[in-house]
Design a protein. Structure first.
Length: 135
């Protein structure tokens, strides 16, 4: 079973996602998966990247750096898995996490864009006087 979906994220933003893997009944979640049970492939503009799959259980979101895909089971939620990485360039990214023993793949597409400049919400009034005197 493979799942694929797409998202838009910004350059150097931590991508936070989840992966789902199920027992042969297609309903019961597989619990206790660690990075040794999985393989991963990360593509940037259809070029395979050498980013490693790393245990992320002790890493906070602010500590996620480019160059690795972090993986861990969500604390207190067996069978739910947290996936994080930080794309460092604008373009098309595709992450595949493979669970070979269960013959399953989780696929996720990301359109990474440059974050637009911040603009304050609301209206801004501007009054420009004439050099000829009062209006």
């Amino acid at each position: 079973m493979a799942t694929t979906r797409g998202r838009v994220v910004y350059t150097n933003q931590v991508v936070i996602d989840q992966a789902d893997f199920f027992e042969p009944d297609g309903f019961t979640r597989v619990t206790g998966l660690v990075i040794g049970d999985l393989t991963s492939e990360l593509f940037f503009n259809n070029v395979l990247q050498p980013w490693s799959l790393t245990d992320g259980s002790a890493t906070q979101d602010a500590q996620v750096v480019s160059g690795a895909v972090l993986w861990n089971e969500v604390s207190g939620s067996p069978g739910f898995y947290n996936v994080r990485f930080r794309p460092n360039a604008e373009g098309y990214w595709r992450l595949l996490i493979n669970y070979p023993a269960g013959t399953q793949i989780m696929g996720q597409d990301y359109d990474v864009k440059t974050q637009p400049p911040f603009a304050a919400p609301g209206l801004r009034a501007s009054f420009v006087g004439s050099s000829d005197g009062p209006c």
